[in-house]
Design a binder for this molecule. Structure first.
Ligand SMILES: Nc1ncnc2c1ncn2[C@@H]1O[C@H](COP(=O)(O)OP(=O)(O)O)[C@@H](O)[C@H]1O
Ligand SMILES: [Mg+2]
Length: 149
């Protein structure tokens, strides 16, 4: 198999467990106030990635689900509180503004967002972008980019 995605930089995950491990590694490097934007199509593994972050931080991975309808899920962990947002049903930045997103960024939590393209103009310039591409039913190409660190 040699699709274009295979040649991208980044890591190839061969399983859900490996995706969670990559996510956990990242989570343990982050500090309060970090913002992680998760790019990828439906089923790419964005929610699974958040589950790996919460597990590594000592939180309850079973509490993690896509906040598609509620916009925001909150997971306490011994290390950091995780704010999990999903902009899938958001029309534009005004909607995120209305739920107080700029204030959420100021609270010293770990903020993770699925479908960030909808609200990109509101995201901090120093965020971490994670791109997930489905390369086969079981494999995902995961690329992590620290913007303006
Ligand atoms: N390597 C992998 N990494 C992450 N998820 C995978 C992988 N292989 C298969 N999957 C499956 O892909 C789906 C990802 O779902 P989910 O995390 O909800 O995606 P998203 O939030 O991006 O829509 C799950 O059903 C998961 O079991
Ligand atoms: Mg999801």
């Amino acid at each position: 198999m040699s699709s274009r995605a295979d040649k991208l930089p980044g890591r190839l995950s061969h399983s859900v467990a490996e995706t969670e491990a990559i996510a956990g590694e990242l989570a343990l490097q982050l500090s309060p106030g970090s913002c992680v934007a998760l790019y990828g199509d439906l089923g790419a593994g964005k929610t699974q990635f958040v589950r790996g972050m919460v597990r590594a931080l000592g939180g309850n991975p079973r509490a993690v689900s896509s906040p598609t309808y509620v916009l925001l899920n909150i997971y306490p962990t011994p290390k950091l509180t995780v704010y999990h947002l999903d902009a899938y049903r958001v029309h534009g930045p005004e909607d995120f503004d209305a739920i107080g997103f700029p204030e959420l960024l100021e609270q010293g939590r770990l903020v993770v967002i699925e479908w960030p393209t909808r609200v990109e103009s509101l995201l901090p310039a120093n965020r971490i972008n994670v791109s997930m591409i489905t390369t086969s039913p079981r494999t995902r190409k995961i690329t992590i980019t620290h913007l303006n660190p």
